[in-house]
Design a binder for this molecule. Sequence first.
Ligand SMILES: *Cc1c(COP(=O)(O)O)cnc(C)c1O
Length: 349
Amino acid sequence: MGKVEISALIRPHLIDMKPYASARDEFTGKSEVYLDANENSLGSVGVRDLSRYPDPHQHEIKKKLSSLKQIAADQIFIGNGSDEPIDLLIRAFCEPLKNEIIILPPTYGMYEVSANVNNVPVKKVPLTADFQLDVAAIEEAINSHTKLIFTCNPNNPTGTRIADTEVIKILENFNGLVIVDEAYIDFSEKESFIGLIEQYNNLVVLQTFSKAWGLAAARVGMLYGSTEVVEILNKIKPPYNVNEMSQEAVIYALQNEQQKQAFVDEILNERAYLHTELASLTTVQSIYPSDTNFLLVRVTEPDKLYHYLIDKGIIVRNRSKVLLCEGCLRITVGTRQENERLIKAIKSF
Ligand SMILES: *Cc1c(COP(=O)(O)O)cnc(C)c1O
């Protein structure tokens, strides 16, 4: 199949819609006196000056990401977490009660929640028992109303990676957008799909500052895709969707990328430690291979262990009722001290 015609996928009423033009859109140069946005020219209440609206297009962040990720700035969308682009993709491409999305459980919960909020039907095609794509079943589930397929690679909550070749099969045969959520890509040896965007204009890659970069509270997510996709999301997003403090935090982080790498190295080291220690415990039946900063662990009495750990002051994620994750707890890799405390607690269970 050739190139996908993105404009034909966009909800028709958005094509002609006039977007909000902010004061900062109408005058984009530098000047000395700003009396155009009804801000408080005297300053901010509080210790820090936040009296001016932030850059609605996050130019500085995109410039830095463009060179880091080797992709044009107009192929980058910055959101209030990756949860925002997930929601905006559904709103830009899916007509409520008419278009459909496909998700591949067990997977990240927000794809379905965002679709539900927007009244967009969700088709579910479970992963295979070894957490790979069921390509035949996905192709069977696609119909003329299907607009988006959400894949998560490496996947949450399984921690495993999906074979790239299988995702590419979907990309090649689907006349809609394939989203590849790479929230955990920094912890994986597999390569990002960003490099494939040039080849597949229906490929959309999501990444986040919430995991390896350690900026979950700042709420900044990235979307990489073809210019047509980025353009429509920019058109419908809230004008100032990423606040000034978060933009500053991310710009600072991007100047200190080596610290992110140091965090990743230490987390991978701790992941190996945790894996070894957990594997020696009788309660633990199996541990899935992980390309992420967490481990999916099958245990003999998941609910009992989960509550036992809460009593010991340790919170993990109980995924034992999730399809294909029966009996499993999802454990985020902590500091050495936290990991030791967890192991000690499970030993006393
Ligand atoms: C944590 C996570 C995210 C991150 O969401 P943010 O809104 O950027 O914090 C996205 N996708 C998956 C699969 C995740 O696990």
